[in-house]
Unconditional design. Structure first.
Length: 258
């Protein structure tokens, strides 16, 4: 696994080399790491039915246990700097040197221990909680597709979701001429995402994960201009067709299960 195999890690934009610490393990033999996030089932019993009714499946955030060692004896200033660095009041990016393109967003939660030999040499173990059950890719930014001369037949585009679950990207649409823009995903049963009544030169930013939409025109709200469900892209290659004259670009972080 990448965490146990990595010598260095990066947290909140700073590499552990800066503080003279390396990632390590105190275990011997096989290394144990969490494979999936924990999952809980919400079930309700119904009178007369021996099998509880499944109401919901809840995936818990990933938890990381990180142990690092000081390469050299520390001093009070150094160890306090490390404590300040790792104890952030918000979720911060963390990645490991063996797989730098797999990113966690974590926050320290507790169970911090320092094991040392009284000579200012030793290891620190910390527990972090990830923001969700997923690991994330770096930001993927597609090219800006210029379909200003799009015809009524539409334009075909291939969108590749490299993650393990459905991708819900941010979409930027710069409208050319007044009208509608529609995205049909033939890799997802031909589902359509449509925004109507966009004005010439208007830029519309669509957050498909949170189902939010913003316009570049002041005091203009486009929530009612979305006439369909928000789009998603299943894992793998997605064949989509875009209708309407515009320039369009996709931005996302793919989600991994491990």
């Amino acid at each position: 696994m990448a965490i146990a195999e990595s010598v260095y890690f990066t947290f909140n934009g700073v590499n552990s080399k800066r503080y003279g610490i390396i990632n390590c393990s105190m275990e011997s033999g096989l290394i144990e790491e969490q494979f999936y996030s924990e999952r809980s089932l919400e079930r309700k019993r119904v009178k007369g039915n021996e099998i509880p009714y499944l109401q919901d499946v809840v995936d818990e955030p990933l938890k990381l246990k990180v142990t690092f060692a000081f390469e050299n004896p520390w001093d009070d200033e150094n160890i306090r700097a490390v404590a300040r660095w790792l104890r952030q009041p918000y979720f911060s990016e963390m990645s490991f040197s063996e797989e730098p393109n797999k990113i966690y967003f974590v926050m320290y939660t507790g169970n911090a221990t320092l094991l040392h030999n009284s000579l200012k040499q030793g290891v620190v173990t910390l527990e972090f909680e990830n923001i969700s059950q997923y690991i994330y890719s770096p930001v993927y930014m597609s090219q800006q597709y210029d379909i200003s001369t799009n015809t009524s037949a539409g334009t075909d585009i291939i969108y590749i979701n490299e993650g393990d679950v459905d991708d819900t990207p941010d979409i930027e649409i710069v409208k050319v001429g007044n009208g509608d823009v529609s995205i049909v995903n033939y890799s997802d049963e031909g589902r359509e995402f449509k925004v109507v009544g966009i004005l010439n030169g208007e830029t519309v930013l669509i957050d498909t994960e949170n189902e939010e939409i913003e316009s570049s025109i002041p005091n203009t709200y486009r929530y009612e201009n979305v006439t369909t469900e928000y789009i998603k892209f299943p894992r793998g290659s997605n064949k989509i067709k875009i209708y309407g004259t515009c320039k369009i670009q996709f931005k996302s972080r793919f989600k991994y299960l491990k």
